[in-house]
Design a protein around this ligand. Structure first.
Ligand SMILES: NC(=O)c1ccc[n+]([C@@H]2O[C@H](COP(=O)([O-])OP(=O)(O)OC[C@H]3O[C@@H](n4cnc5c(N)ncnc54)[C@H](O)[C@@H]3O)[C@@H](O)[C@H]2O)c1
Length: 416
């Protein structure tokens, strides 16, 4: 489909829908292709329309009406993770193409339903980390063959307490909504590793625990009105935005969450130590790939600083990627070291969001083949879901394969 014919509807007018997609679409001058917006919360959908700045974009609070908007052909899904399955399947049922935020879904069963519903429609995953300048260069280096065959990957997501704490303030902190942080957050890194290795996971073993955001520290239900306001470092006042979260739009948190909460009781400042939070904040994952590569990944959400590190150990060289240092270190077998500093790009997620939008909605260069499919969504989710299963059972979990039933154009009634 040429860009002139793309008529976009965005569902989920929260942080990612507005800051990630609408802002980046405006940046690449594609906002006029957004013809419909949907969110059950009328304040948020109206805020999104005003932000977009186009008068002929229609707002919906009902999904079925939105999906039937005249001429709509491409749906962007930026709703909470647990809702992706139903919305994507409904979009496919109406013959629409889909761009889905990560994670693809929260369970393997949901992801399979989505693949089966796809039929001959286009289903793309919005893995923006692939488009980060660091990952673009890393992929290029790995493809050059300088590292030889990759035998081991060592990766960690060190998430600061400001950023990490924010996952414990809202729906992410409930497993049924987000699948936990290996699903919600880890899938970014799992996808990047899968993409770099050009391989698929075979089995996963994991340990996880909630060690930091423990309920014995809970002082109130939410920050607003909390008696611990002056002593709690996690206290936020939504009138003044959320520290550690980027929102270049003035009063963003007040306008889209605080002043919208009377519609749906979505509280954006729930206590990070809330007794009902049931996800882990500390994780170790061990992955074996089909090609034999072994990978370990860890993720913590209460660190003193922010870092994402991935080290690829090949037969001929070691390639170490550091988001904090914004560089790639290459050390060959003789110990010769080369450090490549990557220039910082502007825009959300280190320039990755705008590059993702260009890839989705402009016919630009291939960007190292970064465009992600639903199958890519499946494989990254599968690592996270199997890790969750391993944490619960203590077993090494074989990653369920995909079969021909999910090939593009396959009949919806095909056997799973
Ligand atoms: N790629 C990235 O870097 C990145 C960053 C942040 C979030 N995300 C993803 O974006 C999605 C949204 O996250 P967010 O931080 O914007 O959350 P959010 O809570 O700020 O926004 C979600 C929006 O979806 C709406 N919503 C809830 N249920 C719905 C339903 N059934 N139908 C339609 N709308 C519904 C809510 O009212 C809200 O406005 C998630 O899947 C998340 O994992 C991706």
């Amino acid at each position: 489909m040429t860009i002139e014919k793309v008529r976009i509807g965005l569902i989920g007018c929260g942080h990612r829908g507005i800051i990630g997609f609408l802002q980046s679409l405006r940046h690449i001058k594609r906002a006029e292709h957004v013809v419909a917006l949907c969110d059950p919360n009328p304040t948020r959908v109206e805020f999104a329309r005003q932000y977009l700045g186009t008068t002929d974009c229609k707002c919906y609070t009902h999904v079925d009406e939105f999906l039937k908007h005249p001429g709509l052909n491409t749906v962007i899904v930026t709703t909470p993770d647990c809702t992706h399955r139903d919305l994507v399947v409904r979009a496919f049922d109406l013959g629409l193409d889909v761009v889905c935020e990560k994670p693809m879904a929260t369970t393997i069963a949901d992801a399979r339903d989505m693949l089966q519903a796809r039929g001959d429609r286009r289903f793309r995953m919005a893995f923006n980390f692939r488009y980060h300048p660091l990952m673009q260069r890393t992929k290029e280096i790995l493809q050059s063959g300088v590292a030889g065959r990759i035998l081991h990957v060592d990766s960690t997501d060190v998430v600061s307490w400001q950023h990490g704490g924010d996952y414990f303030r809202r729906w992410h902190a409930r497993r049924e909504k987000s699948g936990g942080l290996l699903v919600h957050k880890g899938t970014h890194t799992f996808d990047a590793i899968n993409w770099c290795l050009e391989d698929r996971p075979a089995s996963v073993f994991a340990k996880g625990a909630k060690l930091f955001y423990t309920p014995d520290q809970q002082q109130g239900e939410r920050c607003k009105g909390c008696k611990a306001k002056d002593i709690c470092r996690f206290y936020v006042d939504l009138n003044h935005d959320v520290p550690g979260q980027t929102a270049e739009i003035p009063d963003f948190y007040r306008r889209i969450y605080l002043e919208a909460e009377h519609h749906d009781n979505y509280l954006r400042d729930t206590c990070v130590f809330h007794r009902d939070n049931d996800i882990c904040d500390t994780h170790n994952v061990s992955i074996r790939y089909q090609g034999g590569t072994l990978c370990n990944y860890s993720a913590i959400f209460y660190a003193a600083y922010e870092e994402r590190r991935i080290a690829f150990q090949g037969t001929d060289a070691r390639i170490e990627v550091s988001k904090r240092n914004h560089n790639i270190r290459i050390v060959d077998a003789a110990g010769k070291e080369d450090i490549i500093t990557i220039p910082k790009a502007t825009g959300g997620h280190g320039g990755a969001d705008v590059a993702l939008m260009q890839s989705l909605f402009e016919t630009g260069p291939s960007r190292q083949g970064a465009s992600a499919t639903a199958e890519d969504g499946y494989w990254s989710l599968a690592i996270a879901a199997c890790a969750n299963e391993s944490i619960a059972s203590g077993e090494d979990i074989a990653v369920p394969p995909l079969d021909n039933a999910f090939k593009i154009g396959s009949n919806r009634s095909a056997q799973v």
